[in-house]
Structures are given as structure tokens and as C-alpha cells.
Design a protein around this ligand. Structure first.
Ligand code: ADP
Ligand code: ASP
Ligand code: MG
Length: 409
């Protein structure tokens, strides 16, 4: 008897009909002779609405209370899903994250899982239940409710699959799998049958929100292969797994767009040991995620550091930086810009092929799109462009690597 974890995202449980669809699919899987754990997200739009509500009562809601609030979204779905399964003659039991044994640290709104004790989940499975677990949430060892960051139900599913040693982990969503680009932005994007953890991680962390990047990191660390599939059909999806020999023959696996980016530049920073550390320690202490760090040193003994971040973090970053650079040098200046986006091309084949950057830059240049910043890693090239040309930029890059027609292995 196989144990299967199935995760259904917000759109897949977005209304009562869709919840019944999930219940039907889950029961079919159980009746085929499997033990089934279902992880569900909040119904689509619910988490965003709760965030809006919080902002209506407070400008800066306490993160601890945000978690208490946000966790109710998933709690609603587990109850409704369990009810729907029972109404169809199945046997189901719902569990909150805490009841499923998911223990996290205390960093509210982006907590990390510290351990999972799946005894209750196993007991319910042994007893013939479909176990319906609330995604995106856990509890601290002291019993406080936490959440795992946006898109965190993916992480719940993958972590639970590892903890109960599931045979299969399936992430059901509203598209057929992972595509060469977001199919809503690039209409001729193609579904990728198999992708490595590394490529999926780079795509997810550069804007392909089909998977939460932390969940892919976890799957890679603990070796949990998983499939991304469509909850509304039976089409084969995308298998995310360890790199295999023939994967390097594909140079670029996919392209991603990360919208709503901003840039901070610290100009005229005295070029002395310790100054960069001072700047980035301040950013780290404020739990701000940043990317694309570039430093240039001029002949005048002054450095210029730029980095990108989400535009929502711009205000906070500016505040902590103003504090951090106080007294460092008289001419130090902090400049902030938003209205930019990041376009990335990802592929492990890049390691063994040259000319990839040139192809990407030429395509953007030919389309009249200016590149503001560039960063590269072994398997990714990312550029910053003006948000006005962001959608054109991702299409142009997709086309330049012929992803609409490339044979996908
Ligand atoms: P869920 O609610 O099921 O977790 P998400 O909205 O988080 O679903 O993720 C699915 C969405 O991800 C798709 O509707 C699609 O628009 C978007 N997406 C972004 N990049 C990609 C990609 N490369 N492949 C497939 N979908 C993508
Ligand atoms: N409901 C949460 C969110 O919208 C978690 C998830 O859907 O995975 O981010
Ligand atoms: Mg998601």
C-alpha cells in the first residue's frame, strides 16, 4: 500500500464545487488502495483578503497576530474538505498544522520548520482516514501559531511527505505543470516534463511562483521528488527530481519574471573594510530579503553598492540603512528606485555552454529594452529592466532561446 501526499492550492479549492472535486479525486486515490494525506491552502483570495483586513485596523499589524489571522484561511478549507469527503461516503479527519505535529521557530509570518512529529497523522492513516492537513502553518514549541511564508502550503506538503516517508508527493494547481515560462505571460510556453531541483529552485526564487522556493529547497535537501499537476484534469505533469545525465543537453530550461522590484544604491561609501558588512548586517537583522548585489569602487576611494529587493520592503530598508550608515562618511547617499523588474534565464546546461549571456543581451537590445543591472550564477543569468517593458522582455528572451519549440528532455 503506497502513501501519497496531495497538495491542492487556492484555486483548486476556490469554491464549494472545487472542494467537492478535490474530495472526489482524493477518494479515488484512496479507493485505488493508497493511504492519502491531503494538504490544502486557503480558498483563493482569502489570504489576501485577511491581509487587507488587518491593514484596515492597523498600519503595522503585529506579525504574531497576523499568523493567528492568516492560519484561519487554511483552517476553513480543512474543515470543508473533510466534510465533503465524509458527505461522499469517505472517512476523513482534519488537522491544523500543530495537530499534524509541525513545529517551527518563532519567526512569525516566515517561520522555518524545526521538526515534524507525524504520530497523529500516521495513527489516523492507520485507522483508514484521509488526513486533511492545513497548509502554510505550524506552531512553536511554546504553542504559538506561525505561518511559513506566502505559498507555504507547498512546503507543508513536501515536509510532511518527507516526515511520513510518502511514496509520492503531488502538488496540484491550476496549470498542467511547470512551464518554460508563466503560461499566462508567454502564451507559447511549453510544459517541462522533468526538471532538476536546482533549476526549479532558481526559477521559483526568481519569480516562477508555481512553487514556493523554500519548499523546493527542502525537497532538494531531503531528496523528496515531487510532481506538479493540474487539479482539473488527469494530464501528466512535471516531475521535479535530482539532476540526471541528459539534463545538461538543454541549455535554458525556463525563464522567469519577478515583478515589483526596487533598487537601493548607497553612493559615496568610504572604501574601507567593514562598511559592506555594516550595511548588510543591518539589512539581515531586519529580515529583509535582497538580491543582485553589485559594488563598484571608483578611483576616489569611494564605493557604490546597489542591490535589489521587493518594492514593499523599500521603506523599511531605507530606514534601517539610514541608521546603519550614520557617521560613516559625510557624502554617503542612499538612493531608492522602484518600477523595475527582474527577468532570469535558468538552465543547468549553461555550465557547459558558452554564449548564453550574449544571446540574452542581444535579444533584449534588438527589442530596444535597456538593461539596468546584470547578475549571473552558474545556472542563471538575471537582468533588471524597466517594468514598462517587463512582459515584452520575458517573451523576447523566451523566443531567443527558442523555448517555444525546443525539444524538452
Ligand atoms: P496554487 O494556488 O495552486 O499554489 P499558484 O498561483 O501559487 O497556485 O501557482 C500557480 C501559478 O503559477 C499559475 O497559475 C501560473 O500563472 C504561475 N506560474 C508562474 N510561473 C510559472 C511557470 N514557469 N510554470 C507554470 N506556472 C507558472
Ligand atoms: N494561503 C497561503 C498563501 O496564499 C499559503 C498557500 O496558498 O500556499 O500564500
Ligand atoms: Mg502556490
Amino acid at each position: 500500500m503506497a502513501t501519497i501526499v496531495q497538495k491542492y492550492g487556492g484555486t483548486s479549492v476556490g469554491n464549494p464545487e472545487r472542494i467537492k472535486n478535490v474530495a472526489r479525486r482524493v477518494l479515488e486515490t484512496q479507493r485505488a488502495g493508497n493511504r492519502v494525506v491531503v494538504v490544502v491552502s486557503a480558498m483563493s483570495g482569502v489570504t489576501d483578503n485577511l491581509i487587507r483586513l488587518a491593514r484596515e485596523v492597523s498600519e503595522e499589524p503585529l506579525e504574531r497576530e497576523m499568523d493567528v489571522l492568516l492560519a484561519t484561511g487554511e483552517q476553513t478549507t480543512i474543515a470543508l474538505t473533510a466534510m465533503a469527503i465524509e458527505a461522499m461516503g469517505g472517512k476523513a479527519a482534519s488537522c491544523t498544522g500543530g495537530q499534524a505535529g509541525i513545529v517551527t521557530d518563532g519567526v512569525h509570518t516566515k517561520a522555518r520548520i524545526s521538526s515534524i512529529s507525524p504520530d497523529e497523522v500516521n495513527r489516523l492513516l492507520d485507522d483508514g482516514h484521509v488526513v486533511v492537513v492545513a497548509g502554510f502553518q505550524g506552531v512553536t514549541s511554546g504553542g504559538r501559531i506561525t505561518t511559513l511564508g506566502r505559498g507555504g502550503s507547498d512546503l507543508t506538503a513536501i515536509a510532511l511527505a518527507a516526515a511520513i516517508k510518502a511514496d509520492v508527493c503531488q502538488i496540484y494547481t491550476d496549470v498542467d505543470g511547470v512551464y518554460t515560462a508563466d503560461p499566462r505571460l508567454v502564451p507559447d510556453a511549453r510544459k517541462i516534463p522533468v526538471i532538476s531541483y536546482e533549476e526549479m529552485l532558481e526559477m521559483a526564487s526568481s519569480g516562477s511562483k508555481v512553487m514556493q522556493s523554500r519548499s523546493v529547497e527542502f525537497a532538494n535537501k531531503y531528496g523528496v521528488p515531487f510532481e506538479v499537476r493540474n487539479s482539473m484534469n488527469q494530464n501528466p505533469g512535471t516531475l521535479v527530481t535530482r539532476e540526471t545525465m541528459n539534463m545538461e543537453s538543454v541549455v535554458i530550461r525556463g525563464v522567469s519574471l519577478e515583478k515589483d522590484q526596487a533598487k537601493i544604491t548607497i553612493a559615496a561609501l568610504p572604501d574601507r573594510p567593514g562598511n559592506a558588512a555594516r550595511v548588510f548586517s543591518a539589512i539581515g537583522s531586519a529580515h529583509l530579503n535582497i538580491d543582485m548585489i553589485v559594488q563598484n569602487t571608483g578611483r576616489d576611494g569611494e564605493a557604490r553598492i546597489s542591490f535589489t529587493l521587493h518594492k514593499n520592503d523599500l521603506k523599511k530598508a531605507r530606514e534601517v540603512l539610514e541608521e546603519a550608515v550614520r557617521g560613516i562618511g559625510e557624502r554617503v547617499e542612499i538612493l531608492a528606485t522602484d518600477g523595475i523588474a527582474k527577468v532570469s534565464a535558468v538552465g543547468i546546461g549553461m555550465r557547459s555552454h558558452s554564449g548564453v549571456a550574449a544571446t540574452m543581451f542581444k535579444a533584449l537590445g534588438d527589442a530596444g529594452i535597456n538593461i539596468d543591472m546584470i547578475s549571473t550564477s552558474e545556472i542563471k543569468i538575471a537582468v533588471i529592466v524597466d517594468e514598462k517593458s517587463q512582459e515584452n522582455a520575458i517573451r523576447v528572451v523566451h523566443q531567443a532561446f527558442r523555448l517555444h519549440e525546443a525539444p524538452l528532455v
